[in-house]
Design a protein around this ligand. Structure first.
Ligand code: NCD
Ligand code: ZN
Length: 339
């Protein structure tokens, strides 16, 4: 198959970046890099500097293209956004509702505040990437996605009918339905973990911080809806791992971070899901073609081969000093290997 791309990944910065980027670059040709650093990537200059830091951390001889995003805030400078797009630095813009997830404190407090930026995105055909959760304290954590789609994203679709939107890391049947209903302008990424775990995974025999991410995994019926969407052959559903590395001490703590690190195992997990559904022939579209199509980018010319061959995934990888990062399905035997 053509080499896949990851349309949603967290590569972090500094020592973590150095340790994790190789795991993405090994499987993927390009990746949409999330801007939720501390401080966040809010300008073209910051995005360009971050891009260069990522390139510097790549192992020798590895070809990998980070596609940069800008973190929208209440004060986003839309001229700067326009410049970043025209200079080819910025591929998309990310909407984090304030406080919705890791490093979202600087996120958008009122959607109207980013209307000028949305106008630029709309005019340039660049996608708005949405962390689609309503983080109001009164909203139940398992309803956050549904409420956000109803109350914020549906009206936004009407206000900006030409705006391309990616609903990131969807977790509910309602999100699947939203994408179908708004076809052509709205797409969604689906993570490997949301295809294989439901919310029980967080409570299996005790509290499991490594199964905690945002949006949080939902009931089994929602997982089934995501699987159905992923293997449907609809071009508006494509691969985005949301691989979000945190060290063990940051996860196994009094206030553990949200995020599941899946870069080393993601392709194998997706392949198992597609095979189980009898749709392995559709994996290449989901992983390598549909995302590129939505982003108006060429499909990668380099090819990779996934072989049905067992391998044992590493339990952990290097993180910060001695503090390691747990791998999604790490320590388990997986069925598909990347040659
Ligand atoms: C992400 C992170 O750690 O940056 N966490 C997560 O649970 N997915 C942020 C995000 O994408 O919500
Ligand atoms: Zn994410």
């Amino acid at each position: 198959m053509p080499q896949p791309d990851d349309w949603h990944v967290h590569l972090r910065d500094g020592e973590l970046l150095k340790n994790v980027v190789q795991h993405t670059a090994r499987s993927f040709s390009r990746a949409i890099v999330m801007p939720n650093l501390r401080p966040p990537i809010t300008t073209t200059t910051l995005a360009e500097q971050y891009r260069q830091r990522i390139i510097k951390c790549l192992p020798g001889g590895v070809s990998f293209t980070p596609l940069m995003t800008i973190y929208l805030t209440d004060n986003t400078n839309s001229d700067d956004l326009k410049k970043g797009i025209h200079q080819g630095v910025i591929t998309a813009a990310k909407l984090y509702p304030a406080h919705a997830t890791t490093n979202a404190d600087a996120g958008v407090t009122k959607i109207e505040n980013i209307y000028p930026a949305l106008k630029i995105l709309s005019e340039t055909g660049r996608p708005l990437l949405v962390h689609a959760e309503d983080a109001s304290p009164s909203v139940d954590v398992f309803d956050r996605e549904k409420i956000f789609l109803e109350q914020t994203l549906s009206p936004l679709r009407l206000k900006f009918p030409d705006l391309k939107i990616v609903v990131e890391h969807i977790t509910t049947r309602e999100a699947v339905d939203f994408v179908y209903k708004n076809n052509s302008h709205v797409a969604a990424t689906i993570t490997p973990h949301h295809l294989v775990i439901n919310r029980n995974a967080m409570f299996q025999g005790g509290f499991r911080p490594h199964a905690y991410c945002l949006p949080v995994a939902k009931r089994e019926e929602h997982r089934l809806a995501l699987v159905e969407a992923a293997v449907s052959g609809e071009s508006t559903f494509f691969l985005g791992t949301d691989s979000a590395p945190h060290t063990r001490s940051a996860k196994e703590s009094d206030c553990g971070c949200a995020g599941i690190f899946s870069s080393p195992t993601a392709l194998a997990v997706y392949a198992e899901v597609f095979e189980r559904e009898g749709k392995i022939d559709r994996l290449a579209d989901f992983a390598s073609r549909f995302g590129a199509k939505f982003y108006n980018l060429p499909v990668n010319s380099k090819e990779i081969r996934l072989t049905k061959k067992e391998w044992k995934a590493p339990l952990e990888v290097a993180g910060l000093g001695e503090d390691r990062i747990r791998v999604f399905q790490g320590g388990q035997t997986l069925q598909w290997s990347l040659d």
